[in-house]
Write a protein that binds this ligand. Sequence first.
Ligand code: AKG
Ligand code: FE2
Length: 253
Amino acid sequence: MNIPSSASNISLNGEFPDLSDESISELVSSINRVGYGVVSGYLEQRELDQLRTFVEDSVRGVGNRYVCFTGCADLPGTPLERMAKSQVFRRLCTRVYERATGNQAPDQPYHQILRCLTGSSGQQHSLRFHYDSYVLTVLLPICVPEGRRSGELVMAPNVRLVRTWYAQNLIDKLLIDNPITQFLLKRLTEARSSHLVRLKMKPGNLYLFWGYRSIHTNEPCDPDKIRATALFHYVDPHAGSRLKRALRGSGPF
Ligand SMILES: O=C(O)CCC(=O)C(=O)O
Ligand SMILES: [Fe+2]
């Protein structure tokens, strides 16, 4: 389901597109049904060009290798900083969350990242299958290489529910984050298994999925190209877990 951001929705001047309640419902049912929902043309071309230049400069600045930004402190004046601070974008996330779960959206910050993949170091950050730690993942592609190896997003959508206990989540994660499962998932991806959903993304669109509930990763792209994605992860269901707090700093949990 593709929701156009301008045609049927209210667009506020100078702000990001504000989706109607109907569009939010359509997004949520698309995420539940096919694994993802799309808001097309979320960014204007001018904003996309600005981000592309930022990504290209950053990649060049580190010697044409993989670079990743966490949070928005290092992204001042970019549309990504504006998105992180935008009430309209926030309302998109909270309404999607509330519509899907029936629970009030908690007041949690995003886990925001900007990933720029290129070169052989970019390959190392590809085909790493995982569940996110956050319920909703909003992905904004900025640079998507042309051609066959465009770094598609690959996912087995909605394969688990949100766990009540952090310990259950930990077990799920360990069942994925081991060499045997990773090997099997890679083989399924190479075989273009129909069990996996593949997303060839278009820069400037927003892609939403249940990152916590879906096994996913990105495919590698040609090492001489740049693949850049911005991610807003929202709602850690285990934010209050004592076990999580105790384990913090002792691994990728
Ligand atoms: O860059 C992508 O396409 C996906 C990245 C991802 O899944 C993540 O950062 O959690
Ligand atoms: Fe992820």
